[in-house]
Ligand binder design. Structure first.
Ligand code: DUC
Ligand code: ZN
Ligand code: ZN
Length: 471
């Protein structure tokens, strides 16, 4: 079926222009200036479905390269399944997710990946791919990294945090980076000094400092900056491309920016929670409410100015991607596991539905341009993780993953109206200027106004190529 999206302002990483988007089947076939008759034929003659986007932005579907659907963590599982989480993503204008398959020590990487395929297959409303977490770096898992690259898994996450769970020591990190340098894959790093953090956590608990805010106070910025520095140095030793996930401390990004200025192939990601939420206002909320905001890296102090600095680094491209690290846990029976002991609160916040909206507020507030919004939410993540040009921009030949975004809409984020399987919202009450109007995934309309028209199983698995930022 052919679809024409008419009269919208098409926003690509190259800028914004009024144009019509012609879709045939699952792909974009042309961008046409209104009234364009260059070809002497009316390309739109056989269009069955015309969508009027006058006064609206037409943007590439969001690409969220950091989600954790159903992640087993802290004695429970992240509350969104691939079905509920991918549907919520669609409501928020995200049409591709890249989730993390998890391998633990002693487990075959291929088995871990197969288990993730089994969770997602036939469940997703939108297209999806996987990164692979390597929780046990050894000869076997290193060999598996080469095999996985050939299968379209081209990025591997390692942890400098969570000793005894996902943690890799420096020797393991070095070996995994050497392997990545050999096969062209990207190392994604959770950069926090987990050994030091565990000491600080044990000391806090022993003192009786058990409230949720101590989660942040026992993971100070120094532990993020130190790990960031170490990861960069190990990457430099090996030549592997390095992508540091969920950066929240301005000092850590200073270190990353310095390495980028020296020309090293290192990249940083942040998430909406680090731009909008803080240690003082959220993690230190009265009673046990701070548990809603427990995630790692932790929310940082607004008094210290981290949030403003992250916006700056989004403008300078030292932070290149905004993903969500979507890892929702309900307050009831999940976050509650940490009543009386913050260290037992499952780490994570649910954001997959709100990333495109929250980043658009950066346009409204003058932090970033329209084109940069699209670049951060779609184009760069697609390029970074080998999905471009199929995903990430509106050009002929790309998948017709398209969002019509209405700058005149007004919404207030609330647990009452969100679609994530989560019994609270970390963003409760935040007013959103703008909002998603229509979402197409590979040419099918899956959101129209306040109607969900998608279906589970529509989403296809994406074999990814290598990063397009390889040098
Ligand atoms: N951070 C979180 O907040 N949750 C899951 C894993 C992680 O690294
Ligand atoms: Zn992490
Ligand atoms: Zn994560």
């Amino acid at each position: 079926m052919a679809t024409l999206i008419k009269n919208g302002t098409v926003v690509n990483p190259t800028g914004a222009t009024v144009a019509d988007v012609l879709i045939d089947g699952e792909q974009i076939v042309a961008l046409l200036a209104p009234g364009d008759n260059r070809f002497g034929v009316d390309l739109t003659a056989s269009v069955e479905n015309v969508i009027d986007a006058t006064g609206k932005y037409v943007i590439p579907g969001g690409v969220d390269v950091h989600t954790h659907m159903e992640l087993p963590f802290g004695g429970t599982n992240a509350s969104d399944t691939f079905e509920t989480g991918s549907r919520a993503a669609a409501w928020g204008g995200t049409t591709t997710i890249v989730d993390f398959a998890v391998q633990r020590t002693g487990e075959r990487v291929q088995d871990a990946l197969a288990a993730w395929h089994a969770k997602a297959a036939g469940e997703c409303a939108i297209d999806y791919g996987f990164h692979q977490i390597i929780g046990g770096v050894d000869d076997e898992s290193l060999k598996a990294m080469d095999e996985l690259v050939a299968e379209g898994i081209t990025s591997f996450k390692l942890f400098m945090a969570y000793p005894g769970v996902f943690y890799s020591d420096d020797g393991q990190i070095l070996r995994a980076m050497q392997t990545a340098a050999g096969n062209g894959s990207t190392i994604m790093m959770h950069a926090e000094n987990g050994i030091a953090i565990d000491v600080l956590v044990a000391q806090a608990i022993a003192r009786g400092d058990t409230d949720p805010r101590y989660h942040g106070l026992t993971r100070p910025w120094e532990t993020e900056q130190e790990a960031t520095h170490r990861a960069i140095m190990l990457a430099r030793l090996t030549g592997a491309p390095l992508y540091i996930v969920h950066m929240s401390a301005k000092q850590a990004v200073d270190t990353l920016a310095a390495a980028r200025n020296e020309g090293h192939n290192v990249f940083g990601e942040t998430c909406p929670q680090y731009l909008y939420l803080s240690l003082e206002e959220h993690l230190s909320a009265p009673g046990f409410d701070g548990a809603k905001y427990v995630c790692s890296t932790p929310l940082r102090s607004r008094e210290e100015g981290h949030q403003q600095e992250l916006w700056k680094y989004l403008r300078t491209n030292d932070l290149s991607v905004v993903s969500t690290d979507h890892c929702p846990f309900c307050m009831k029976e999940q976050k509650e596991l940490g009543l009386g002991n913050f260290a037992k609160i499952p780490n994570g916040i649910g954001t997959v539905e709100h990333r495109v909206d929250l980043l658009y507020q950066g346009v409204v507030d003058g932090h970033i341009s329209l084109a940069r919004w699209v670049e951060l939410c779609s184009t760069t993540p697609a390029r970074m993780f080998g999905l471009y040009p199929r995903k990430g921009a509106l050009f002929p030949g790309a998948d017709a993953d398209v969002v019509i975004y209405d700058p005149n809409k007004r919404n207030r984020i609330s647990v009452e109206t969100h679609h994530m399987n989560l019994d609270y919202s970390a963003y409760e009450g935040i007013e959103i200027a703008g909002g998603v109007d229509t979402v197409l995934s590979r040419g099918s309309v899956i959101i129209s106004g306040n109607q969900y028209l998608g279906r589970k199983g529509h989403g296809q698995y994406l074999r990814r190529g290598l990063s397009q930022y390889l040098i």
